[in-house]
Design a protein around this ligand. Structure first.
Ligand code: PAF
Length: 280
């Protein structure tokens, strides 16, 4: 496995692989990798000749009051996991490599970014779209792998690829959970022991909403209200949003339809966690 930090080195390696007729699978990450990322790498490994993982804490997708400085980083541990998962190349650029002086071009999106995390994190998706678009141009993958835990991000990336006619297959992979239900996230490491217990309220409310929808509840407000009530029983939890949206447009819906995304963002202490379910 190679670890490189320049765009030039990635391009040279990918060019050589493509010359040999290899297909490229790509997993974009911000590092501090866990089993959720491993599941993306595993899928990429199965479906492609070569696997590239980028590890880059992208400053552009963090708001001024968010956790950019404290976001966990551990390249050594990440490299061990990548090696174990059969990754061929890690791209680990410095911010200056991605955003040179005078950088002033951005990829932005309307509609899909108006709800959910787009509302609470106004600059987030512009940063995600810009960096992912840039990585796509550098890595030129055949397929790129994203987790369903960031369901809005997955929908946004699919839409960007379609809108901008990018010749890349976007593969969405299921949420990976801890044994007790908590969705895996690099941000789980921020939680104290007490907060870790309290954080279970997210997956519990997701399970409740999912059961209601699957049992035939048609009114999204009834589902959202029941989930909200349950989350409010946890003293350490503060709701950012609990919403039911159209699974493609990310616009709020009143009546249950398919595909529907029910997504939540909840602060446990100072840590903002997200979770969701999709009714296909
Ligand atoms: O999901 C993430 O880790 C990030 O948003 C991504 C896709 C790597 C872009 O920085």
């Amino acid at each position: 496995m190679k670890v490189v930090s320049t765009i030039e080195d990635v391009r040279a390696q990918v060019k050589a692989w493509k010359k040999e007729g290899c297909t490229i699978g790509y997993v974009p990450t911000m590092g501090y990798l866990h089993e959720g990322h491993a599941s993306l790498m595993e899928r990429a490994r199965k479906e492609n000749d070569k696997v590239v993982v980028s590890i880059f804490v992208n400053p552009m997708q963090f708001g001024p009051t968010e956790d950019l400085a404290s976001y966990p980083r551990d390249l050594e541990k990440d490299s061990v996991l990548c090696e174990k998962m059969g990754v061929d190349l890690i791209f680990h650029p410095e911010p200056e490599e991605m955003y040179h002086e005078g950088f002033s071009s951005f990829v932005d999106m309307t509609v899909l970014t108006e709800e959910l995390c787009g509302l609470s994190r106004p600059v987030h998706f512009r940063g995600v779209c810009t960096v992912v678009c840039k990585f796509f141009h550098i890595v030129t993958p055949d397929r790129a792998y994203f987790g369903q835990k960031d369901a809005q991000q997955l929908a946004v990336i699919r839409h960007m690829v379609d809108d901008l006619s990018m010749d890349i297959e976007i593969v969405g992979c299921p949420i990976v959970r801890e044994e007790d239900g908590l969705a895996k996230s690099s941000r789980n490491t921020y939680l104290s022991a007490e907060e870790r217990k309290a954080a279970l309220i997210l997956s519990k409310s997701i399970a409740l909403g999912k059961k209601m929808a699957e049992d035939g509840e048609k009114d999204t407000t009834t589902i959202v209200n029941a989930m909200t009530k349950l989350i409010e029983t946890e003293p350490l939890a503060k709701i950012d949003y609990v919403k039911a949206v159209d699974g493609l447009t990310m616009q709020q819906i009143k009546e249950v339809k398919k595909p529907m995304l029910v997504a939540i963002a909840v602060y446990i202490g100072k840590t903002r966690l997200i979770d969701n379910f999709i009714l296909e």
